[in-house]
Design a protein around this ligand. Structure first.
Ligand SMILES: Cc1cc2nc3c(=O)[nH]c(=O)nc-3n(C[C@H](O)[C@H](O)[C@H](O)COP(=O)(O)OP(=O)(O)OC[C@H]3O[C@@H](n4cnc5c(N)ncnc54)[C@H](O)[C@@H]3O)c2cc1C
Length: 314
């Protein structure tokens, strides 16, 4: 163990996105000893394309906003904040005031409280070729990856706002965009839907299901089935964007109560069903998956954690 690390922290924050970063800043400013354990700093904010709804900036790229968040976070290092990046939390055990948080190399850290701020991840189809070709033509992030598909034929799997957003990014670069939608019509914001479906590049296949992604070194096509006629066909595309929504990401947490979507149930202060475990941002069951909401929840949760710790017996 790093000799400078305290034996026990006031709180361990899992996740370095907008909610975790804000929670860390607020917690340190409340004189708590804080350890952040995270795969990366920035989280989804770094992938968010052009952000036009974060107060103070009429428009800022998600990447730049995330960089600014990260710089501010790291300015608190050595002032009550320890950050361990590039690792995965695998387990939480124990109880208040001594939780144990384990990371993938087996190392464990201890804290009086835990703030789960691990956000959400894209839902996957679970079909053959998807995992094998991820990053080789299969993508879950059109914001980042659409430039690689200039003048190419691509497919977007999904029929809601995520898929429409992706298709809208892709229209600007790809030659054709085929939307594979399992239901009988697209559903999403009317303006976005109109912007997408009015493009000559876009073809929508409703009532179609993706069943296999084909290719060896890279994507060569996608096999789809018409749900009504049961007819199979292969679309020869070089990119497949899986855009069927998001799922909360806290597989390491077997302690707290979740709702039917897998979101951690919290009260208005971010307290979970387990005393001493809090959750903020996209991973919890509160309404709104937005940067400003995640940041606000991080702030509120950290303030509550500071109050909670002040009431723990010595
Ligand atoms: C393409 C896209 C566009 C968007 N556009 C906008 C927009 O314009 N405006 C807006 O307000 N919002 C937008 N959003 C939503 C916004 O980015 C999120 O709601 C917000 O950033 C969520 O922050 P968070 O901290 O809750 O979670 P996340 O940003 O998901 O952060 C979670 C953090 O936890 C880490 N983590 C996860 N699991 C583990 C683990 N096991 N161990 C260690 N670390 C872990 C992750 O690496 C990450 O650092 C967009 C999102 C996407 C994907």
């Amino acid at each position: 163990m790093d000799q400078n690390l305290p034996d026990i922290f006031d709180t361990i924050i899992i996740g370095g996105g907008a909610s975790g970063i804000t929670a860390a800043i607020y917690a340190v400013r409340k004189n708590l000893k804080v350890l952040m354990l995270t795969k990366n700093i920035g989280g989804q904010a770094a992938l968010s394309g052009d952000v036009e709804n974060y107060p103070g900036y009429s428009m800022i790229s998600g990447e730049e906003l995330a960089r600014k968040f990260g710089a501010e976070l790291l300015s608190f290092k050595g002032k009550g904040l320890w950050v361990k990046e590039g690792l995965e939390v695998t387990d939480i055990s124990g109880a208040v005031p001594n939780f144990s948080v384990k990371i993938s190399d087996g190392e464990e850290f201890h804290s009086k409280t835990v703030i789960i701020a691990s956000g959400r991840i894209p839902r996957m189809l679970g079909i053959s070729g998807e995992k094998e070709l991820l990053g080789k033509g299969v993508s879950t992030c059109a914001t980042n990856n659409s430039p690689f598909f200039k003048d190419k034929d691509v497919a977007v799997v999904g029929g809601g706002n995520c898929a429409l957003d992706a298709a809208f990014s892709l229209i600007k670069v790809a030659r054709t965009v085929t939307m594979i939608n399992i239901t009988d019509s697209l559903s999403g914001d009317a303006i976005l839907m109109n912007n997408v479906t009015s493009s000559e590049k876009v073809k929508v296949l409703n009532n179609h299901e993706a069943v296999e992604i084909l290719g060896d070194a890279s994507v060569g096509g996608i096999k789809i089935i018409d749900k009504l006629t049961k007819k199979e066909q292969i679309l020869p595309v070089s990119g497949v964007f899986i855009e069927i929504g998001w799922t909360p990401s806290a597989p390491f947490d077997k302690l707290t109560e979740k709702n039917e979507k897998g979101e951690i149930k919290v009260d208005q202060f971010g307290a979970s069903s387990v005393p001493g475990i809090f959750a903020c941002g996209d991973v919890n069951d509160q309404v709104g998956e937005q940067i400003v909401i995640a940041a606000g929840e991080g702030a509120k949760t950290a303030l509550k954690v500071a109050e909670y710790i002040s009431k723990l017996p010595n």
